[in-house]
Design a protein around this ligand. Sequence first.
Ligand code: SAM
Length: 250
Amino acid sequence: MEKIYKKNQLIKNHYDTSINLKIKDYEYHRWFSSINNYLLFNDTYKAINRELTNLKYSSVIEVGAGSGIWSKFLFLNSSDLQLYDVDISKEMINLHKKYFPRSNSVEYINEDFTLLDLNKFEKKIDLFYSIRCIEYIENFNKLFENINFALKDSGRGLIITKKAPLLRKTKIHTTNNGMVNLKKSISDNGMEIEKIRPVSYQFPVPYLRNLTFLTRFTNFSLKLIFKDKITWFNYLFLETYLVLFKKNAN
Ligand SMILES: C[S@@+](CC[C@H](N)C(=O)[O-])C[C@H]1O[C@@H](n2cnc3c(N)ncnc32)[C@H](O)[C@@H]1O
């Protein structure tokens, strides 16, 4: 019998029970309800667009698309896209359907990606895409094993994920997987990292991070100084980062 990952199930329950009941407009709440949220949206938007314009793809698996705010940018950069939205939460898939135009170009799969039967995708996918989701996934190695299985030779992966916050334990994120583990899981599974770069910074002290001017100042100055590099120093302030990787041809 397949192992059920408890943490992944907790996340499923969280999204299935909290989203539509508590929040009327998820995208507004998540990305536009405060200046800090908007800055985060803007940083994420710029980072994604910068990569997508350089990639060629027509078949994409997006894991944890949520409402689909980042799915739209996939379509802007490809005219013949087939998108598979794999989401563990039924409610999040319903949300995607609510925000996103009905189209034959999107197929919904309500499943934990690490438990999904991927036979129909074997070596068929140009791009694995996941924004602000993999920090929830418990079984990291299985995640990258599955990605490698589904990607065509020389297929790409584009991920934006969260770094574990300093001085605070998160309840549902499994960010303890960490950047070191992420790099190892990618290379252990026959893929190679092309880029890792910062997307957004935050002030790493609880409560102070909510002060808009501190977040703005931290973001502005660290971007100016470190540009696309991640060093031990700016790593302390990092909130999210982008990873672009490639499957090696067998
Ligand atoms: C924070 S939301 C991100 C949504 C969207 N990508 C965004 O940035 O607005 C995380 C999403 O990942 C999904 N998710 C978490 N773990 C998953 C798993 N193991 N398999 C598939 N989806 C998962 C959740 O249901 C949720 O829709």
